[in-house]
Structure formats: structure tokens, C-alpha cells
Design a protein around this ligand. Structure first.
Ligand SMILES: [Zn+2]
Length: 160
């Protein structure tokens, strides 16, 4: 099983290099964030995980076939990974990070192009949504200031 695990790193490097070439800047395996995401795009408030289809149990994927021996052990192991993924996902979202999952099988040569397109689009869209939300937050704040202190109203000076 160990070769399944290590083979997932190569396509990940390919994806990273392609995104870099397209002008995206990221941090690798940022341990300060939940689940230390494979790639962190601070500008777009997005993290990307590249998941091995077997270890994370990619539904309906031919790469995720539970071995015939020790079946229970593998099912248990994969389902533990999935629960951990879900928790990490929730933790990141509660910190306003958007999560993009890329499956190992999506990085195979014949699917690589469309996968990069999808990831790029999602990252850009997330960044746009985040900036819009931040702008709204700022405008709500500025509205509050006007409501609290109308221009015709002058606060009495504090006496010390
Ligand atoms: Zn897959």
C-alpha cells in the first residue's frame, strides 16, 4: 500500500508548478492552519488539498477499491481519514478559508488540463467572493459609525 501513498506526491508537484506558472503564489504545507493544507493561497483565501484516492476513499473511483484481505481494517482506516478530513474542512471554513479538494486521479495526464482549469477558476472565484465579503463588512462598519455619531451631533468633551 505504501507505493499508493508516495505516488500521490508527484502529480501534486506538477499541479503546484503549473499554478505557479500561471501566476499563483502559495505557501506549502502550512502547519499554522488546520490539517496543514498542501497549498495555501492567502491572497484568495483558499487552501488546496491533493488527496490520494485510496487513503481518502474517493467515491466511485477505480483507484479506491478496498483490498479483499483485511477488508474491515482498510474500511475502518479510510473512514477515519474521511472523518478527519471533514473536521479539518469545518475548522478551516470557520476561519473563513475556502477548501478545494483535488483527487489524485484528476491529475492523470489526460485529465490534468481540465483539472488545472477547474482549480484555477475556483481559486479566483473564492478570492473574489472573499474580497466582496470583506468590502461589505467594511461598509457595514462605516454605516455604523454614521449611525452612532451623526454629523450634526457633537459629543461633549470629556473633562479630565
Ligand atoms: Zn479518484
Amino acid at each position: 500500500m505504501s507505493n499508493i501513498h508516495s505516488s500521490s506526491t508527484k502529480p501534486e508537484v506538477k499541479l503546484r508548478h503549473e499554478l505557479w506558472r500561471r501566476g499563483f503564489r502559495y505557501r506549502k504545507n502550512d502547519k499554522r492552519l488546520p490539517g496543514s493544507p498542501d497549498m495555501v493561497f492567502p491572497k484568495h483565501r483558499t487552501v488546496v488539498f491533493v488527496h490520494g484516492c485510496f487513503w481518502h476513499g474517493h467515491k466511485g473511483c477505480k483507484k479506491y477499491t478496498v483490498p479483499k484481505t483485511n477488508t474491515e481494517f482498510w474500511i475502518e482506516k479510510v473512514s477515519r481519514n474521511q472523518n478527519r478530513d471533514e473536521k479539518v474542512w469545518r475548522d478551516l471554513e470557520s476561519e473563513n478559508w475556502e477548501v478545494v479538494i483535488v483527487w489524485e486521479c484528476e491529475l492523470e495526464n489526460k485529465r490534468f488540463g481540465e483539472t488545472v482549469e477547474r482549480v484555477e477558476k475556483e481559486i479566483l472565484k473564492n478570492g473574489e467572493t472573499y474580497r466582496k465579503r470583506e468590502a461589505e463588512r467594511r461598509s457595514i462598519k462605516s454605516d455604523y459609525r454614521e449611525i452612532c455619531v451623526p454629523s450634526s451631533f457633537s459629543l461633549p468633551l470629556k473633562k479630565h
